[in-house]
Design a protein around this ligand. Structure first.
Ligand SMILES: *Cc1c(COP(=O)(O)O)cnc(C)c1O
Length: 388
């Protein structure tokens, strides 16, 4: 008998949606304002208020946000951007689509975040930017990264897809670099279905991002030629169609109000896992670094076949047979054929990321989980390790 029945499959990353979101979406539809409007403006200002500094531009995904941030840096073909191999493909694809060359630095095996020493080792004359990812919600070593950036005159675009609640020395991540990019994809800590946000310290930069994200159209550019009547727009560069809809913002406004409440709930789930797993032969997340706050986006365990007696992929199959949804974040980037073929990356270049990618399993960590759901996951983990 599996731990859960098939019709009660525990979906990985299922979002917690409440009545306020539903009512707000319905109100948008009844008002007939579906596209970018007042709710997007409110979501941007609420988000900037939550982070405590910076200017916000909403868009339709974090992938779009990363692309916009990188394009807005004005990098040229052949410019190199250093990022981590333990990330979602979108981080690397955004670099490629901005016309630049991605370069991988290895991760620290304990924090699983990009290792500043490895960044240093990858800097060349062509390096122009660093794209750190606050993996699982754990803050990267921003003092080290920002001082490398200053020393070598590099830009920084932070991938904060996991890191809405993350702080480093009291400051929210996503406000250190030139741009911080957030995701509101269904599985993320605040969700709008699809959605993203670019944060910038400079108001000029965020204006530029907003123009780039909407076809390159500027209303301001025309203003000086017109009185207060009809305003033409001017296309000032070749932009993209990346704007967020009010229907998405309608969800986000209410999700954001509960971001701290949900964090408390995930802390409880996290502590239940840590307590239940401390005597098992699996790898567990390292404690938070001092003076940082973890967003608790992913709870990742490591299945080393030598100590666990089961291969990671077999473990994934067993968990699924127990009707528990699991994730892999991530098979390292050099495992993906496209990048290997295009950039000639080998698995030996970034050994820590490759090993972690082959051992990691993400367990459900949604604020929607009940205590019983968590107990089911724990039981399924023990069963899949043949301990219980
Ligand atoms: C989810 C995710 C993205 C992409 O976010 P979307 O909003 O789905 O485009 C980028 N980077 C990381 C690390 C992610 O987890």
């Amino acid at each position: 008998m599996p731990v859960r029945s098939k019709n009660n499959f525990l979906i990985f990353g299922s979002p917690r949606i409440e009545q306020d979101e539903i009512d707000e979406v319905v109100a948008s539809m009844e008002a007939g304002w579906l596209g970018t409007g007042p709710k997007v403006a409110k979501f941007e200002s609420d988000f900037a208020t939550y982070l405590g500094s910076g200017h916000a531009a909403a868009c339709n995904s974090c992938t779009a946000a990363l692309h916009l941030g990188l394009v807005a840096l004005g990098l040229k073909p052949g410019d190199e951007v250093i990022t981590t191999p333990l990330t979602f493909c979108a981080s690397v694809n955004a670099i490629i689509h901005a016309g630049c060359t991605p370069v991988l630095a290895d991760v620290d095996p304990v924090s699983m975040n990009i290792d500043p020493e490895s960044i240093r080792a990858k800097i060349t004359k062509r390096t122009k930017a660093i794209l750190p990812v606050h993996f699982a919600g754990r803050a990267c070593d921003m003092d080290a990264i920002m001082s490398i950036a200053t020393e070598h005159d590099l830009k920084v675009v932070e991938d904060c897809a996991h890191a809405i609640e993350t702080t480093y020395k009291g400051q929210h991540v996503g406000t250190f670099g030139n741009f911080g990019c957030f995701s509101f994809y269904v599985t993320k800590n605040v969700c709008t279905g699809e959605g993203g946000m670019v944060m910038a310290n400079s108001e000029e930069d965020i204006k530029h991002v907003k123009i780039l994200g909407l076809h390159g159209m500027s209303a301001d550019a025309w203003k000086r030629f017109s009185d207060d009547g009809y305003k033409h727009y001017q296309v000032v560069e070749a932009g993209f169609k990346y704007n967020m809809m009010d229907i998405q913002a309608a969800i986000g406004i209410h999700q954001l109000k509960r971001v701290e409440e949900y964090h408390v709930r995930r802390r409880h789930v996290w502590d239940m896992y840590m307590d239940a797993f401390k005597a098992l032969p699996i790898g567990l997340p390292a404690p938070e670094e001092p003076d940082t706050r973890h967003a608790l986006h992913l709870f990742t365990i490591l299945i080393d076949p030598d100590s666990c007696g089961v291969e990671r992929d077999e473990f994934l199959i067993r968990m699924t047979h127990e009707n528990i949804g699991v994730g892999v974040h991530y098979l390292s980037i050099p495992e993906q054929p496209y990048y290997r073929e295009r950039f000639g990356w080998t698995l030996e270049d970034t050994p820590h990321a490759v090993r972690l990618g082959r051992q990691t399993v993400s367990l459900p960590l949604s604020a929607k989980l009940t205590d019983q759901d968590v107990l089911d996951v724990i039981q399924a983990v023990k069963k899949s390790l043949a301990i219980s």
